[in-house]
Design a protein around this ligand. Structure first.
Ligand code: AMP
Ligand code: ZN
Length: 120
């Protein structure tokens, strides 16, 4: 937990968000500035700033985030047509919130470019 972190505040219910999934390791909520009809952030409860900060012990957690993304994709009915998972790591990737998260994007055809959350 980091006192200044916006996603930690959402996880701790100090800040409102449209939470769509919640378990002992993970919270997922709608992106406040969606880049696609479905744009959900899948976030570990553990405060890990970037992918580079993950430890060997976090491998299971990172896998779990992907399983959760699959379940949310099914719940939002974007599983059959397809969806994109984006993980921005660091400044050049455009990471703006330094609490590791997956973007789950779908609900329309996404451009076939190297994409980050925004420019899909
Ligand atoms: P990035 O760090 O670039 O991978 O993306 C961070 C994402 O968090 C952006 O797409 C923002 O729109 C989103 N975001 C920032 N603050 C909030 C918030 N309070 N609730 C929901 N989404 C947020
Ligand atoms: Zn955090």
């Amino acid at each position: 937990m980091s006192a200044e972190c916006v996603f930690c505040k959402i996880i701790n219910r100090e800040l409102d968000a449209d939470i769509v999934y919640d378990d002992e390791k993970t919270v997922a909520f709608k992106d406040i500035n969606p880049a696609a009809p479905v744009h959900i952030l899948v976030v570990p409860r553990k405060h890990i700033p970037t992918l580079l900060d993950m430890e060997k012990d976090d491998e299971g957690l990172i896998g779990h985030l992907h399983s959760v993304a699959n379940e949310i994709a099914k719940a939002f009915k974007i599983d059959k047509k397809g969806y994109r998972i984006v993980l921005n790591c660091g400044a050049d990737a455009g990471q703006i919130v330094f609490h590791l998260h997956l973007h789950l994007l779908g609900g329309r055809p996404l451009l076939q470019t190297i994409a980050k959350g925004r420019g899909v």
